[in-house]
Design a protein around this ligand. Structure first.
Ligand code: ZN
Length: 169
């Protein structure tokens, strides 16, 4: 198992819709294990494959942060989304940004596990939020796309500024 480097916005892999996983085998299992290590190493509660540079439909989630309680989902499909929630979110690929995002409060999805077996998940609370956040990653969406435009403008300005500073060094 190894910790993989994280891709950070505006890396293009974060903006591409991820491809379906069609071959289940050692590679996918290894990737899932590496993602779990990478998530813990960065103190995260979820991680999607594009965040480690892989444009594949796979994510992990573990809002409890307790080892052994990770959920690994491959090729997820949202079956239902109900209720309303607004939670302050952050993302390992969008460092130092924390913003409130409106989402559904309960979701049901189905997909596959890393061995290709079908699975179904029903969740509410923080797990429902993490599932929606990670599913967005597989569509090339980031949580900052879901905040008001004026807040996003302010953030974009900050990203631009930081980029300029790095270039000048
Ligand atoms: Zn994220």
């Amino acid at each position: 198992m190894s910790v993989r480097p994280l891709c950070v916005a505006p890396h293009p892999v974060l903006r591409r819709p991820a491809r379906l996983v069609e071959v289940f085998g050692d590679d996918i299992q290894r990737m899932a294990r590496d993602m779990i290590e990478t998530m813990y190493a960065n103190d995260g509660i979820g991680l999607a494959a594009p965040q480690i540079g892989q444009d594949l439909q796979l994510f992990i989630a573990n809002p409890s942060q307790e080892r052994g309680r990770e959920v690994v989902v491959v090729n997820p499909v949202l079956e239902s989304a109900e209720g309303r929630a607004a939670v302050v979110e952050g993302c390992l690929s969008v460092p130092d940004v924390w913003e409130r995002v409106r989402r559904a409060s309960r979701v049901r999805l189905r997909g596959q596990d890393p061995a290709g077996e079908p699975l179904a998940i029903e969740a509410e609370g923080l797990m429902a939020i993490v599932l929606q956040h990670e599913m967005d990653h597989l569509q090339g969406q980031l949580f900052i796309d879901r905040i008001s435009w004026w807040r996003r403008c302010r953030l974009t300005g900050r990203f631009y500024f930081r980029h300029r500073i790095q270039k000048r060094k």
